[in-house]
Ligand binder design. Structure first.
Ligand code: GLP
Length: 236
C-alpha cells in the first residue's frame, strides 16, 4: 500500500486528481469506478474544474440505496449527477437500480455490467466501521453484487444527510468485495478523526472480513490519500 498523507480534504482532492489525470493522459482509463459520500466530493470538484474529457470513458458506481428513486435527493444517482455527471458527461454511467422489482435479477445485471466493463481505476471511501461500498463487517471477500442490510452504525453515520434517521434506507445494493479487488488500481480516500480507527485497522490490522477494507493489503496497486487526522493512529 502506498500512503499519501495530506493536510486536509482539499489537498486530498488535488492529490487524488493528479492520480486520475495520469491514468487519463496515458489512455489507461476506460472504466472508472466511482464512490459516493462526502469524502470524494473534493476530487469530483477537481475533475469538474479540469479539462479532462470523460466522453469516451464509462463509469461504474459502487452502490445505491434500496427504495430511493434516481431523482430522490439522497439517492446516489442524484449525488453523482450533482457532483460530477451533469458537468462531465461520460460515455455511459452505471449504478445499481434501487427500485428494481426483482433485486436478485438486478444484482446479476450489475455483475454482468462489471464483467463487461472491467474497472481500471476504483475510487473508494471508507465507513467508520471499515466498510467499502456498502460491504459491512462480515461481508465475504469473495462476494459479488448483493443486497445488503446496513448496520446501525452506518445508518447512524449516513443519517446526517437525511431529515430524520427513520428516512435512511436500511438496505442497499452493493458491488461485492471481489469485484472491487478486481480493479487494476484502487485509491482509497479518508479524512477526519472519525476515520482514524478504520484506517489503522485497514493498514496495520489483520486481514479479516470483520474489517472489509483490510483486504486492500493484498491488492498490488492501492494508494491511500488520507489527511493527518485520519492517519493519526498509524504507528509505522
Ligand atoms: C457510505 C458509502 C461508502 C462511503 C461511506 C463513507 O456508506 N456507501 O461508499 O465510503 O458512506 O461516507 P463519507 O465519505 O460521507 O464519510
Amino acid at each position: 500500500m502506498k500512503i499519501i498523507i495530506v493536510k486536509d480534504q482539499n489537498v486530498g482532492g488535488k492529490e487524488a486528481f493528479k492520480l486520475v489525470e495520469q491514468e487519463v493522459d496515458v489512455g489507461k482509463l476506460k472504466t472508472f469506478g466511482l464512490a459516493t459520500g462526502s469524502t470524494p466530493v473534493t476530487l469530483y470538484q477537481e475533475l469538474v474544474n479540469s479539462s479532462l474529457d470523460f466522453s469516451q470513458i464509462n463509469s461504474v458506481n459502487l452502490d445505491e440505496y434500496i427504495g430511493l428513486s434516481a431523482e430522490h435527493p439522497q439517492s446516489y444517482h442524484h449525488f453523482m449527477k450533482e457532483h460530477l455527471f451533469e458537468a462531465k458527461p461520460f460515455k455511459q454511467n452505471f449504478l445499481p437500480n434501487g427500485l428494481a422489482k426483482d433485486l436478485e435479477e438486478e444484482c446479476s445485471r450489475y455483475d454482468k455490467i462489471i464483467q463487461d466493463h472491467p474497472i481500471d481505476f476504483q475510487i473508494l471511501g471508507i465507513g467508520e466501521n471499515g466498510h467499502i461500498g456498502f460491504n459491512e463487517p462480515g461481508a465475504s471477500f469473495e462476494g459479488k453484487t448483493a443486497v445488503v442490510d446496513l448496520t446501525d452504525s452506518t445508518i447512524q453515520a449516513n443519517s446526517r444527510n437525511f431529515e430524520k434517521i427513520e428516512d435512511v434506507p436500511t438496505q442497499a445494493i452493493s458491488m461485492g468485495i471481489k469485484s472491487i479487488m478486481a480493479s487494476k488500481k484502487i485509491i482509497l480516500l479518508a479524512y477526519g478523526q472519525k476515520k482514524a480507527q478504520a484506517i489503522l485497522e485497514t493498514v496495520e490490522g489483520e486481514v479479516t472480513e470483520e474489517v472489509p477494507a483490510s483486504i486492500l493489503q493484498t491488492h498490488s496497486d492501492v494508494t491511500l490519500v488520507i489527511d493527518e487526522a485520519a492517519a493519526s493512529l498509524l504507528t509505522k
